[in-house]
Ligand binder design. Structure first.
Ligand SMILES: CC(C)(COP(=O)(O)OP(=O)(O)OC[C@H]1O[C@@H](n2cnc3c(N)ncnc32)[C@H](O)[C@@H]1OP(=O)(O)O)[C@@H](O)C(=O)NCCC(=O)NCCS
Length: 156
């Protein structure tokens, strides 16, 4: 693992530790273009988090949200993740965390859509056992974004 463990890191369930919602939203909004999404407000996020099918885990280092991953069970186990510093292995740690959450919730699989050109995201899924399932383009900001769907079975 490339990430140097010089910080006190903890894993939090965002629903149970809501004081980190503001930081979560700031980090998410810094990454909203890579997520092919729009900005979210703290209020929107609190409402979204109240939904039963949503699980969010954050890695917090010295009181700062260093990375986060969201799982949407109502969308068949869809993942979205983002990190403050890229290519440090935090993406891999976040995927492992959500695999356990998904298994414990009885999900059969996890999946994620990512832009075709998003190499760090694609690499993080591929090196963690996700398989390329499909291609799917999305309309975003008036442009067509070519994308890919990765999937990993949690059974067996
Ligand atoms: C996607 C994201 C969460 C991954 O987190 P991360 O901590 O960077 O992930 P990891 O370090 O575990 O893995 C990234 C891999 O991509 C590789 N990589 C990154 N850029 C690369 C490039 N330009 N060419 C080749 N490989 C590259 C890294 O070297 C690493 O692989 P390795 O460990 O085999 O060397 C992070 O990059 C991010 O926040 N991106 C912006 C948000 C986003 O795009 N989210 C995905 C949408 S679902």
């Amino acid at each position: 693992m490339k990430r140097h463990k010089i910080f006190e890191a903890e894993l939090i369930n965002l629903r149970e530790v809501p004081e980190y919602v503001v930081q979560y939203v700031e980090l998410r909004n810094r990454n909203y273009k890579a997520l092919i999404s729009s900005m979210m407000t703290v209020e929107d996020t609190r409402e979204w988090l109240a939904q039963a099918g949503i699980e969010v885990r954050c890695i917090v280092e010295d009181g700062t949200v260093a990375g986060a991953i969201a799982l949407n069970s109502d969308r068949g186990g869809e993942l979205t993740f983002f990190a403050a510093k890229k290519n440090t292995g935090i993406g891999t740690e976040l995927i492992a965390v959500m695999e356990k959450v998904g298994r414990d919730a009885g999900l059969e699989k996890l999946w994620a859509w990512t832009a075709k050109g998003n190499v760090p995201s694609r690499r993080a899924f591929e090196k963690n056992g996700f398989r390329l399932k499909n291609t799917l383009a999305k309309e975003y900001d008036g442009k067509r974004i070519e994308g890919v769907i990765y999937e990993k079975s949690l059974s067996g």
